[in-house]
Design a protein around this ligand. Structure first.
Ligand code: LHQ
Length: 258
């Protein structure tokens, strides 16, 4: 059985982390396969949105700690440079929205991969743990970049040092994630977000991501300049023409992501 399941329906590419007996923790094979699937999603114009989730009780428990003790384990420099950093960069630079549907516990790298996604939703049973401090490591996968920007440096420091478990409701309350859904409706409602996005103006989403990425380090002056440049590009898409035409004609737009 593959460590990553993949299916694509009506523009929604569903990527499922699939090592349930290991809480979908990452070994090298799963990390490289996830990168390949993200590359495929970026290149395939039929894919309009990516929906990332986990199989079983957990979303992802981060690094497979058993792999570190196995025969010929990958070194730390390999794990970050070849496994996790490319995953984070591919998610942030993917010119399409990535919805992360956190179906259970998200710990260590698993938590920070989720937080790198564009829209993060969770089942009420999910939780988020910056587990790194419990094993003497620092938060990676861009966690030290994203988490303080999401919830402020004070809460981020405390969660990273204490390794507290944050339940999904609290994660929503403090702005770590977008929304929590009940166990009964989670699968349907999280997928509905992806389906809705898949019918919208995909290239505008790519430009929105580009602008948001830039905003994380730009001054206001630089950011206004960036918006100026990118809005010009958005204004030359077919979806923009369609959006305007549909408004004037008082009908629903049919966006093709072009
Ligand atoms: C696991 C794991 C796991 C293997 C649960 N590995 N089996 C970067 C730089 C370089 C090196 C290191 O890594 C990194 C990035 C990182 O991600 S570092 C952080 C690594 N992750 C952790 O430290 C989390 C470890 N796991 C846990 O703390 C708990 O398992 C959590 C809080 C996630 C869930 O707790 P419980 O709900 O009580 O479940 P459990 O502990 O009973 O786990 C269920 C099974 O999953 C169990 O297997 P078993 O055969 O006993 O049923 C665990 O061994 C397995 N599992 N996490 N990371």
């Amino acid at each position: 059985m593959s460590s990553i399941l993949f299916e694509c329906n009506h523009g929604v590419a569903k990527i499922t982390l699939n090592r349930p007996e290991k809480y979908n923790s990452f070994n090298r094979d799963m990390a490289l396969l996830l990168q390949k699937k993200l590359n495929d999603c970026a290149a395939d114009k039929n894919v309009r949105v990516v929906y990332l989730t986990g199989n079983g009780r957990a979303f992802c428990a981060g690094q497979d700690l058993c792999e570190l003790l196995g025969e010929d384990p990958p070194g730390f420099e390999v794990i970050l440079a070849e496994h996790y950093n490319p995953i984070i960069k591919k998610i942030r630079n993917l010119p399409k929205p990535v919805v992360c549907a956190v179906n259970g516990v998200a710990a260590g790298a698993g938590a920070n991969i989720a937080l790198a996604c564009d829209i993060v939703v969770a089942t009420e049973k999910a939780s988020f743990i910056q587990a790194f401090s419990k094993i003497g490591l620092i938060p990676d996968c861009g966690g030290t970049f994203m988490l303080p920007r999401l919830i402020g440096i004070q809460k981020a420091s405390a969660l990273m040092m204490l390794g507290d478990k944050v339940n999904a409701t609290e994660a929503e309350r403090i702005g770590m994630i977008y929304k929590v859904f009940s166990t009964e409706t989670f699968a349907e409602e999280s997928m509905q977000i992806a389906v809705t996005l898949s019918t919208m103006a995909t290239r505008a989403f790519a430009y929105t991501k580009e602008a948001l990425n830039a905003s994380l380090t730009n001054s206001l002056e630089q950011q206004l300049q960036k918006e100026d440049e990118i809005q010009y590009k958005a204004g030359h898409t077919l979806d923009y023409s369609e959006g305007i035409a549909a408004f004037v004609e008082k009908r629903e737009p049919v966006f093709k992501g072009e």
